[in-house]
Design a binder for this molecule. Sequence first.
Ligand SMILES: [Zn+2]
Length: 213
Amino acid sequence: MHEQEGVIKFQLNFQPGAVFPAAQIREINAWRTLLHQLGMLGQHPKRYDNYGFGNLSQRSGPAEFIISGTQTGGPEQLRAADYALVTQVDIQQNQLWACGGTAPSSESMTHAAVYQVDPRIGVVVHAHCPAIWQQTAALQLPHTAADIPYGTVEMALAVQQLVRRQGEGPALFTMLGHEDGVVSYGHCFSEAVSLVSQYYAKALALGAQPNLR
Ligand SMILES: [Zn+2]
């Protein structure tokens, strides 16, 4: 039995309310739709017991980022109300502050961990791609250990170690303790999404199955 997707494991201080102006989510939403069409994020009856999976974020200030909301995987396009703004994080205390129309993704702490390492990192994509994940060894991908589950302080610290080693990116790694979990990041979506696409193609060329979508 695999771990259930989407359970928020950090202490969330969420202020529901103000929704982003449409212009502010236009770019992130466009890239999200593309990832949805690649089966990298979404919701599917044959994947993860039909829980939403995958998410993406965009830095909006020195310590702030916009992220897709929890369990918003289904629709091909989201509304501004489906995004949250993470305003503050305390990784050691496992606490996160956010506001917006929807509570932030359960994987927000992993995104926060990446941003904290380098101010030049502008976007983080968390895809679910069995093809890439299963080819971690063959593709010689950096990865977090199989005994570190998603959404934990341990995961956040392991991610920071990896990001320190890889630098500002674009870079990609897998999370072996999180089924099909892949993280790609860089200065902009063009970099991070291109990278995940490149590795997807490499994995398919090695014989991996395409993502169900
Ligand atoms: Zn995930």
